[in-house]
Write a protein that binds this ligand. Structure first.
Ligand code: OGA
Ligand code: MN
Length: 286
């Protein structure tokens, strides 16, 4: 998001607030150029998104990324999807978000991936996400998020062996399916994320601006989060993913094996304070 900057620029005409005695035609007659003064106003990300949403619904914009605008014909004839059901594809198109329980079913892999994240945090392999890119963005609010992260690449040593290999493979299969229905062009970003069970949270945000420009290969288009927690996640553990959309809220518990799939430019979301160590792999398809 910071790549685009939270800026609204508008042109301020000094003549507009000139006193009564000022005759702007006079300046014109005398050949004096009226200079336009540029005023740059910093506004918050949420404010900017709200302004954009007022102009055009973000879901409407991002639906333009789909090859077909017919929800019953999203999958081209002759093509089959390997891991995404047609119903889930339709949910993504219609609502901008779909929750798929049991996306990943191998419980031992999930529990090993949970333990591995904790071990890698303990040995200093994860970084505190809030400290990243402080140099380019000194105004970033460091209190917005408490997660610790590790960027993964499909061919990394870590991602090429258990327990992460089958998980990354599943995300790659999902990428192949999504690529049949949505214009995807860039590389996938993978984040291994850990929130400490001491109340770790992430403030409300959106993963990208709404955009349907097929030539923009940098823009995150689809967010896929697979939770790597125990299958029994109790309400007292908190850590829900809270979705905000058009004034409504919905909370999704980070149950192990569950996948939350949404259009990155559409859905505002936050991570509620977590009282158990909370692990996920997130893929951003671009
Ligand atoms: C993120 C994010 C949500 C989650 O990393 O951008 O919103 O449920 N994560 O982990
Ligand atoms: Mn996010």
């Amino acid at each position: 998001m910071d790549r685009l900057g939270n800026r609204i620029e508008h042109i301020h005409h000094p003549s507009a607030d000139a006193g009564d005695d000022h005759d702007e035609f006079q300046d014109y007659d005398e050949g004096v150029e009226i200079e336009e003064e540029e005023v740059v106003e910093e506004i918050g990300e949420q404010e900017l998104l709200a302004l954009l949403d007022q102009q055009q619904d973000s879901l409407e914009i991002c639906r333009g990324l789909f090859f077909s605008q017919n929800p019953d014909g999203l999958i081209p004839s002759g093509q089959t999807l390997s891991t995404l059901s047609e119903g889930a594809a339709q949910g993504l198109y219609r609502n901008g978000l779909v929750v798929i329980d049991g996306f990943f079913t191998d419980a031992p892999t999930i529990s090993q991936a949970h333990q591995l994240a904790a071990d890698l945090v303990a040995t200093g392999r994860f970084v505190e996400a809030s400290t990243i890119r402080q140099d380019d963005d000194p105004f970033r609010d460091r209190k917005a998020r408490d997660d610790w992260i590790l960027w993964l690449h499909a061919n990394d040593e870590l991602a090429s062996q258990p327990p992460l290999k089958p998980l990354v493979q599943k995300f790659e299969d999902l990428r192949a399916d999504l690529g049949k229905i949505i214009r995807l062009s860039g590389e996938t970003e993978y984040q291994y994320g850990f929130y400490r069970g001491t109340g770790g949270h992430y403030d409300r945000h959106r993963d990208s601006f709404p955009n349907d420009d097929p030539s923009d290969t940098e823009q995150r288009r689809v967010t896929a989060i697979c939770y790597l927690n125990p299958a029994s996640w109790e309400p007292a553990h908190g850590g829900e993913l809270r979705i905000h959309r058009k004034g409504a809220e919905r909370e999704i518990a980070p149950v192990g094996g569950r996948l939350v799939l949404f259009l990155s430019g559409v859905v505002d979301h936050e991570v509620c304070p977590s009282f158990q160590d909370r692990v996920a792999i997130t893929a951003w398809y671009k």
